[in-house]
Ligand binder design. Structure first.
Ligand SMILES: Nc1nc2c(ncn2[C@@H]2O[C@H](COP(=O)(O)OP(=O)(O)OP(=O)(O)O)[C@@H](O)[C@H]2O)c(=O)[nH]1
Ligand SMILES: [Mg+2]
Length: 317
C-alpha cells in the first residue's frame, strides 16, 4: 500500500492531469494521431510534430530545438520508431525545465527559511496577482507560518478590500492605508510591523496597470528600494505572475519586468483554462527564470509547487 505522502502525491498529480486536459488534448491526442500506423520517421512526420508543438505555445525557438534534437538522434541512429518520439520529447522538455529550476533553490518549500522573508508580486492587471498571494498565504499558513499581506496596490478601486477579504479567509494580517496612498509607505509600515510581530513572510500586492507605462516600473522600483531600506536584502523574491492563457504575450511581458526589476521567479496562472500550457516550457527555456509555483483554478487549493517531471507527464501522456 502507498504511504500517505505517496498517496497525496498521486492525488495531486491526478488533479494536475485533470486540469491540464486542454493542453494535453492539443499535444498528445494530435501526436498520437500523427504517429499512429507509421513505421518510420520521415520528414512529413517531423513537419507534423513541429506544427503540433507550435500550436501548444511552446514557442518557435524551443520547438526548433526539440525538432533538431530528434533529427540528430535520427542521424545517430538512436531513434528508430515513431513510438520513441514521445518519450524523447518528454525527456527533452523535462531537462529544459530542470535547467532553469536549478537557478532557484528557494523553490523547495522545506528549504524556505523561517527568518522574515519578503516577496513582492508583480505583473500586468488581471493576471491573478492578488488571488495568487492568497493561495500562497494559505499554503504557508498550513505549514504553521505567520504571514502578513501588504496592500501596495493603492491605485485600483476595491483592490485593498479584495486583499482584506482574502487575508481574513486565510488568517493573514493585512497592512493597508487609504486608496491613493504611497505604496512605498504601505510597504514600509508592513515590514516594520512584520519585524515587530515576528512574522515569517510578507507578501506585497502591487498594482498592475499596463507594463508599457514606465511609471508603473518606477513605482515598483521604489517599493523595492523602500523594502531594502527597512530590511537588508528585501525583497528576497520578486515574483512575476503571468497568465498562461495569454500565450506568447506572456513572454513579452516577462521581458519588460525582468529588465526593470530583476525577477527571481515566475508563477503561471490560469493553466486550467487553456490549451496553451506549453507556454510554461517556452518561458522557462527563453527567459531562464525558474518557475516556482503554478495555479490551476480560482480556489485556494488550486496552487502547487512547480515540478517539471509531473508537469510534463500531465501535458504529454
Ligand atoms: N481559472 C483561473 N482563474 C484564475 C486563476 N488565478 C486567478 N484567476 C482569476 O483571475 C481574475 C483576476 O485575478 P486577480 O487576482 O484579481 O488579478 P490581479 O493580477 O490581482 O489583477 P489587478 O489587481 O487588477 O492587477 C479573478 O477572477 C481570479 O479568480 C487560475 O489559476 N485559474
Ligand atoms: Mg490585484
Amino acid at each position: 500500500m502507498d504511504r500517505p505522502e505517496a498517496a497525496h502525491g498521486k492525488a495531486r498529480a491526478r488533479r494536475l492531469w485533470d486540469r491540464m486536459s486542454k493542453t494535453r488534448r492539443t499535444l498528445t491526442d494530435r501526436l498520437n494521431t500523427v504517429v499512429a500506423g507509421k513505421k518510420a520517421i520521415d520528414p512529413t512526420l517531423l513537419d507534423d510534430l513541429e506544427e503540433i508543438l507550435l500550436s501548444s505555445d511552446i514557442g518557435v525557438e524551443t520547438t526548433v530545438q526539440l525538432i533538431e534534437g530528434l533529427k540528430q538522434r535520427l542521424d545517430q541512429k538512436s531513434l528508430d520508431t515513431p513510438e520513441q518520439v514521445k518519450t524523447i520529447l518528454k525527456e527533452e522538455m523535462t531537462s529544459f525545465l530542470d535547467a532553469s529550476q536549478d537557478l532557484f533553490p528557494l523553490n523547495l518549500p522545506e528549504e524556505v527559511s523561517r527568518t522574515l522573508h519578503v516577496v513582492m508580486f508583480v505583473g500586468v492587471n488581471g493576471v491573478g496577482k492578488t488571488t495568487t498571494i492568497a493561495k500562497m498565504a494559505h499554503y504557508f499558513r498550513a505549514q504553521g507560518q505567520k504571514v502578513m499581506l501588504a496592500a501596495a496596490d493603492t491605485f485600483r478601486a476595491a483592490a485593498i478590500e479584495q486583499l482584506q477579504i482574502w487575508g481574513d479567509r486565510v488568517g493573514a494580517e493585512v497592512i493597508s492605508q487609504k486608496r491613493g496612498a504611497d505604496p512605498g509607505a504601505v510597504v514600509f509600515d508592513a515590514i516594520s510591523a512584520a519585524k515587530a510581530r515576528n512574522m515569517d513572510k510578507v507578501f506585497i500586492d502591487t498594482a498592475g496597470r499596463l507594463h508599457t507605462k514606465s511609471n508603473l516600473m518606477e513605482e515598483l522600483k521604489k517599493i523595492q528600494r523602500v523594502a531594502g531600506q527597512q530590511l537588508p536584502e528585501a525583497p528576497h523574491q520578486v515574483t512575476l505572475i503571468l497568465d498562461a492563457t495569454t500565450g506568447q504575450n506572456a513572454i513579452a511581458q516577462a521581458h519588460v519586468f525582468a529588465q526593470s526589476l530583476g525577477v527571481t521567479d515566475i508563477i503561471l496562472t490560469k493553466l486550467d483554462g487553456t490549451a496553451k500550457g506549453g507556454i510554461v516550457i517556452g518561458i522557462s527555456q527563453k527567459l531562464r527564470i525558474p518557475i516556482s509555483f503554478i495555479c490551476t483554478g480560482e480556489g485556494l487549493e488550486d496552487f502547487e509547487v512547480f515540478n517539471p517531471r509531473e508537469f510534463v507527464e500531465a501535458i504529454f501522456a
